[in-house]
Design a protein around this ligand. Structure first.
Ligand code: MLT
Length: 270
């Protein structure tokens, strides 16, 4: 698969591959765009796949200081700039977890640019008090111990127990790719997530199809929260990955790819 790397004037960079109707993939917290590699390898045979690293991460590290403010909405505005640069009239946005929160912020501001979107292990609910205190403890831990010690603890916990035991090399590969992340960027991401509003009304009012992919063993966005939002949209497409944790793109890569492909084909038929 041939992949080009392109860049915005603010240094946000994205990988672009394939041909066809455009799809933009947004990674989550503690990862970069390479997390979608299995999906992009397959989907780029049929779709134009655009995969940014969010400002502050990986090849977009220098773009963090150019953000208008530290918010998920500012991240969504960066995605709009990518869409403008690529002259996308209509596209599909698929976001993993924090990438899903940015997807929702984008859908709120630019609904007409989307033909549908996907929340992959993500949720439209705001953080509850318990989640906020967990994030505050994580921020304190990063300040006291640094990003590497934090990521070493956090990343293995994103995976389901069975997958972690049987495929530890893949967990380590993910961890290794994240060890250069800057502590201040991770803290800023947590603060953005704490501040995000509830967007369940947006889900209910959005007039185009929405894909939900969830894992029964997901501890970061648990199954009951994921399920509690699925009835809201006018058209939901739901994939439940048994025994998967928070990382279905890796833990159950084939089923995740197939669910995305079916959803994209459906969107582009209509
Ligand atoms: C993510 O994977 O992006 C985070 O786990 C999201 C979250 O903590 O809510």
């Amino acid at each position: 698969m041939e992949q080009l790397i392109k860049c915005l004037p603010d240094h946000t960079s994205y990988r672009i591959s394939g041909n066809g109707k455009p799809v933009v993939f947004l990674h989550g917290f503690g990862e970069d765009g390479n997390i979608w590699q299995n999906q992009v390898n397959e989907l780029s045979k049929q779709f134009l796949c655009i995969v940014p690293d969010l400002p502050g991460i990986g090849i977009s590290e220098p773009a963090f200081s150019a953000l208008a403010d530290h918010s998920l909405e500012a991240m969504a505005a960066v995605i709009k700039k990518i869409a403008d640069q690529e002259v996308l009239q209509k596209f599909t946005l698929l976001g993993h977890s924090m990438g899903g929160y940015i997807t929702l912020a984008f859908a709120e501001k630019y609904p007409d640019l989307l033909n549908g979107f996907g929340l992959i292990h993500s949720s439209a609910f705001a953080d509850n008090e318990e989640k906020i205190s967990t994030r505050e403890r994580s921020i304190a831990f990063i300040r006291a111990n640094g990003a590497v010690k934090f990521l070493e603890q956090m990343i293995p916990g994103l995976y389901g127990e069975k997958f972690r035991a049987e495929h530890y090399n893949q967990v380590i590969e993910h961890l290794a790719s994240s060890l250069c992340f800057d502590a201040e960027v991770l803290i800023a991401f947590y603060e953005m997530m704490i501040r995000r509003p509830d967007r369940t009304k947006l889900l209910a009012g959005f007039q185009k199809p929405i894909l939900f992919i969830m894992g029964t063993e997901d501890k970061a966005v648990n199954l009951s929260d994921s399920l509690a939002q699925c009835h809201l949209p006018v058209e939901s497409h739901i994939e439940i990955l048994e025994s998967s944790g928070h990382m279905g793109m890796i833990e159950n890569s084939e089923r995740t790819t197939i669910a995305m492909k079916k959803f994209l084909m459906h969107l582009n038929e209509n």
